[in-house]
Each structure stands twice: as C-alpha cells, then as structure tokens.
Design a protein around this ligand. Structure first.
Ligand code: FAD
Length: 384
C-alpha cells in the first residue's frame, strides 16, 4: 500500500503500536505467549472490523484500509499474525452465510465479543492439495458428526469460532475433486473437550499454531455455511483477501527492515566512517527499497480490484509472491547490515527475520503461486 494512503488510520495504528515496543514482543516470543494486550487494544480501537459492513456493526472501509492497518503494525515491529484472521475469516460468512447466520454472528465479531480468527483447511495427509482432505462430516439428524485431523491451524486456542472445511462426500464419489466439501462454523467454546482436542505446535516463530483432532464432534446443521458440497469454492473466494492482507504485512516487514538498516548504516562507524558510506552496504538497502516499492504497487492494485468487486485471484497471488520475496530480501539485508547485532534478541531483527520467512510458505507457497500463473495466465500445461 502506498505509504501515504489512509494517513489518519496509519497515524492511529502507529500511536497504538508505540505502546507495544520491542521488549513486549521479545518477551512474548521467548515465552511463545499470545499477545493478549495488543490484540485487545486493536480490537477496542475497531481496527479488526474494517471489512465488516456498517450494517453488521463494522466500519466497512474495505481491503485498502485493512492493508494500511496491517502494514503499519508490521512496520512498527509488531506482528499482526496474532489477529489478522479476525479481519478476513468472517468473509466466508459475509459472502455465503444465510441472513440468519449473519445476524447471529457478525455483530459480535465486529465488536470483538466473538473471536472468529481460526480457519481450518490444511491436513497432514493432503498438504496443499486441498481436494484430498479427509476430515469428514457425516449427517446425523440435525447434526453433522465430524472426524479427522487438521494441522497448522493458527489461533484456535484464542478463538471462539472456527471456519472448518470438511468432506461431506468422499472424493471418489464426486465428479470433480473440488466437489463434495462443505464449510462448517464450529463453536470452539463448546467443541473443545466434546470431540475436539487442540494441541499446540511449537515453531520457529510465535504464531499460536496448533493441531486439531476431531473425534465425533457434533456440529449443528444450522452451522453449515452455504450449500453442502460447495465449500471448496467458498474457501477459494476468501483466499484473495487473505493473500492481499498477508502481502501488506510483508510490505510492513520490509519497511521495518529498511528503516532499521538505513538508520543503523548511517550511525555505525567502522574504519573511521559510517558503514552506510560504503556502497557495498548502501546498495542492498537501496535494492530492498526498490523491491518493496514495486511489490507495494502490486498489493495496492490487488486491493483496489478486490474493493471494486473485480476478479483478483492472480493479482492477489502475485502480490503475495512479490511482497514475501521483498520482505525476505530486506530481512536478510538487515541482518547483514547489522553484523553481529542482527543476531541479538534486543534488536528485534532476528525475530522479525524468523517471522517474515513464514510468508513464502503460508498461506500459500511460492511454487503454487508460480503454478497458478503458469497454468491460468500463461496457459501452460498443468503438471498436477
Ligand atoms: C505457522 C503456520 C501457520 C499456518 N496457519 C494455517 C491456518 O491457520 N490454517 C490452515 O488451514 N493452514 C495453515 N497453515 C498451513 C499452510 O497454509 C501450509 O503449510 C502451506 O499451504 C503449505 O502446505 P504444506 O505445508 O502442506 O506443504 P506441501 O503441500 O507438503 O508442500 C511442501 C513443499 O512442496 C512444494 N510443492 C508441493 N506440491 C508442489 C507442486 N505440485 N509443484 C511444485 N512444488 C510443490 C510446496 O510449494 C512446498 O514448498 C499454516 C502453516 C504454518 C507453517
């Protein structure tokens, strides 16, 4: 997002983030603890409900505003991964839920009283090939009975509700691999201990990610979103917003690394002069800025298409690819510019370095984006 868009929102986000400086994030990272206070402050300020229409209690500002918020969070050194999904997971409900479901859930989500920030698609046995998920929901009277397993489901321990993709018809019994999947809204407050077990996974970054085990969990049929069997399409619909938002976090990360590197290079004296006077130090910082600026234009473009209601699958993918590569280049450059201090916990750079690496893998890996561009845009033959 252009750094001067939504100036008032950006200013307010920066002010809020100033209350959560490096030591706050360092401690959370060390303890692998959830940043409860930060998420509460963002919620209270209304920043997580900008995509919810005013008629349902949100501010209805659109994806452009949401990208400005996440970018500023990340530029400040904070991490929006703790709560970014509260912004967009509700999109499935907003777009495909019934009027009754929307009235029942969206106002609570908009106020923050209800946290819908868990989104369960990935399974250990299916990987990126979502059509091979095996978690199955069998109809039994007014309930679905869910059995199976999910992996890498982030924030499930810090969410009241979860969007869950299941099979309702086996893959072998449908015409197209993407058919026969359905979306259920799971109330985690009652599910845990009654057929759902959540097990945290410790990772190289503080991301509150988990494994889920479903053992005959009962979910009311009233919580089916849209039509049974059409769930894969609904999930795909929601992915564009997610990719653009994650891309904006990468832009924020890249700006963080560039800001820090430029300041350090101007200040650090070695051999009697600022290291930033050496072009070997300057040029990587400049290159990171060039790459970040180009990626930011693609993020803007994808967000503008989304807000105009236009197709934006390819642009959202390309924005995520460019932004995640720009942030990773900037992260590596920033460590190098700082020399030994790049590895010190107190500088926040090693933490942000670990955090920004995620985005070349999740929510979709670089190869799968290249595959999309190759086959959908360039019409090359499909390899799978
Ligand atoms: C910290 C974290 C948080 C996450 N949060 C969530 C979440 O909240 N909800 C959720 O549902 N999922 C979540 N995920 C899962 C994430 O979306 C997946 O990890 C990601 O999509 C990659 O899938 P995979 O790990 O199964 O990799 P795989 O599909 O096993 O792929 C492994 C590697 O092989 C490559 N590859 C696979 N197939 C091909 C091919 N045909 N051509 C070329 N290359 C290929 C991939 O690009 C990748 O690099 C999270 C993951 C992590 C690590």
């Amino acid at each position: 997002m252009a750094a001067d868009s939504f100036p008032e929102i950006r200013h307010a986000v920066r002010r809020l983030c100033a209350d959560f400086p490096g030591p706050y994030w360092q401690e959370k990272d060390r303890e692998r603890a959830y940043p409860v206070e930060f998420v509460a402050a963002l919620t209270a300020a209304g920043f997580l409900s900008v995509l919810i229409p005013q008629s349902h209690g949100g501010s209805g500002l659109g994806l452009g505003a949401a990208t400005a918020i996440l970018e500023e969070i990340h530029r400040s050194g904070a991490n929006g991964g703790a709560c970014h999904a509260q912004m967009y997971v509700m999109g499935t409900l907003l777009k495909h839920g019934s009027a009754a479901q929307q009235a029942a859930w969206l106002p609570g989500i908009a106020s923050g009283a209800l946290r819908l920030q868990a989104f369960a698609v990935t399974e250990p046995g299916s990987g990126t090939d979502t059509s091979r998920i095996r978690t199955f929901a069998r109809r039994d009277g007014d309930d679905y009975v869910v059995s199976g397993q999910k992996i890498w489901i982030s924030r499930a321990e810090h969410s009241d509700l979860m969007v869950l993709l299941v099979r309702t018809t086996p893959r072998e019994a449908v015409a197209r691999p993407g058919d026969g999947m359905s979306v259920l809204l799971v109330d985690l407050r009652t599910a845990v201990g009654n057929g759902l077990t959540i097990r945290p996974i410790r990772t190289m970054l503080n991301h509150a990610t988990t494994e889920l085990f479903f053992d005959d969990l009962r979910v009311p049929v009233a919580n089916l979103i849209g039509e049974e069997g059409s769930g894969f399409r609904y999930i795909l619909d929601g992915m564009n917003a997610e990719r653009v938002l994650i891309a904006s976090e990468c832009i924020g990360d890249a700006r963080f690394f560039i800001d820090r590197a430029a300041a350090y290079a101007a200040d650090r004296n070695v051999f009697g002069r600022a290291i930033g006077e050496n072009q070997g130090v300057q040029f990587p910082i400049a290159r990171a800025h060039v790459q970040m600026s180009a990626a930011a234009l693609m993020v803007d473009h994808a967000a503008a298409l989304f807000d105009a209601g236009m197709p934006c699958g390819t642009e959202a993918n390309m924005a995520k690819l460019l932004a995640s590569e720009a942030s990773w280049f900037a992260a590596d450059m920033c460590v190098q510019t700082h020399g030994g201090f790049g590895f010190a916990e107190g500088y926040d750079i090693e933490r942000k370095f670990r955090e920004t690496r995620l985005y070349q893998v999740a929510p979709i890996s670089t190869n799968l984006i290249l595959s999309h561009v190759a086959t959908h845009v360039l019409k090359l033959p499909k390899s799978f």
